[in-house]
Ligand binder design. Structure first.
Ligand SMILES: C[S@@+](CC[C@H](N)C(=O)[O-])C[C@H]1O[C@@H](n2cnc3c(N)ncnc32)[C@H](O)[C@@H]1O
Length: 240
């Protein structure tokens, strides 16, 4: 049972959110991949593959994965840019990063860093990805600006995250998602983290707001595509 007197990632903002989110991911790092598979009916890698396809990566290009967690976005990125390419992942939660290393054959550069203060010079990367990370950062406009800053002009971005299902069946699908996730959390004994997930979906920016924020941060030609009955949305665009 979560202690209601403790700050939780869904009751705090700013620096407090950063601390609460990091400790929540540290707690679930060991089971994260397994639960991702269960929650997505093993579709999560297909969604990442669809995002990588939209980036149209070429051999030799450089990719940064922000909020890379256990590294599952870096795997298809690495494949797409080949041995002559460069893939880099950052995450502020060391236990999550520790899970990523062994999957990437030592070929990716991984570092502990914050999405709102990327430790890279400007115009370094051909493409940036962020999967299920934007919802968690304490300052989304700043994180988007940082991703635009480190991209070369014309560089591409792909953002995957949870979304609120739309259309006539939207409310029913949302109800199933909202009640199913905490139940799964209870089953695996990580109640707090899987209470946060549905709550964070309800308070996260809409697809349109994300697109607007992307444009304000310096991206152009923003497009979007839904997956999983609208529970997941991919945004992709180019840096001006
Ligand atoms: C839901 S996981 C997603 C991991 C991975 N991108 C994937 O596709 O499975 C979110 C990750 O974002 C990281 N994260 C959240 N806020 C962050 C921030 N401000 N800076 C860096 N990493 C952050 C967390 O530590 C966690 O590993």
């Amino acid at each position: 049972m979560p202690d209601s007197s403790q700050p939780t990632p869904w009751t705090v903002q700013g620096e407090d959110k950063r601390v609460a989110v990091r400790s929540m991911f540290a707690e679930i790092a060991g089971t994260y991949d397994r639960v991702n598979g269960l929650m997505s009916f093993n579709q999560h890698n297909a969604w990442r593959a669809a995002a990588i396809k939209r980036l149209d990566l070429k051999p030799g290009e450089s990719v940064l994965d922000v909020c890379c967690g256990t590294g599952d976005f870096l795997i298809p990125a690495q494949k797409a840019v080949g041995e002559s390419g460069r893939v880099t992942g950052i995450d502020f939660c060391e236990p999550m990063l520790r899970q990523a290393g062994p999957k990437l054959n030592g070929a990716a550069r991984l570092s502990v860093a914050d999405a709102c203060a990327l430790p890279f010079a400007s115009a370094q990367f051909d493409a940036v990805t962020i999967g299920w990370g934007l919802r968690n950062v304490p300052d989304m406009p700043l994180a988007l600006k940082e991703m635009a800053r480190v991209l070369k002009p014309g560089g591409r971005i792909a953002i995957l995250d949870m979304a609120r299902p739309r259309g006539p069946l939207g409310p029913i699908i949302e109800k199933v998602t909202q009640s199913g996730l905490p139940m799964l959390g209870k089953l695996i004994g990580k109640s707090s983290a899987y209470t946060y997930l549905p709550k964070s979906i309800l308070t996260f920016a809409s697809r349109e707001e994300i697109a607007k924020r992307m444009e304000e941060a310096g991206f152009t030609n923003v497009r979007m595509k839904d997956f999983c009955f609208g529970n997941i949305c991919l945004h992709w665009a180019e840096r001006q």
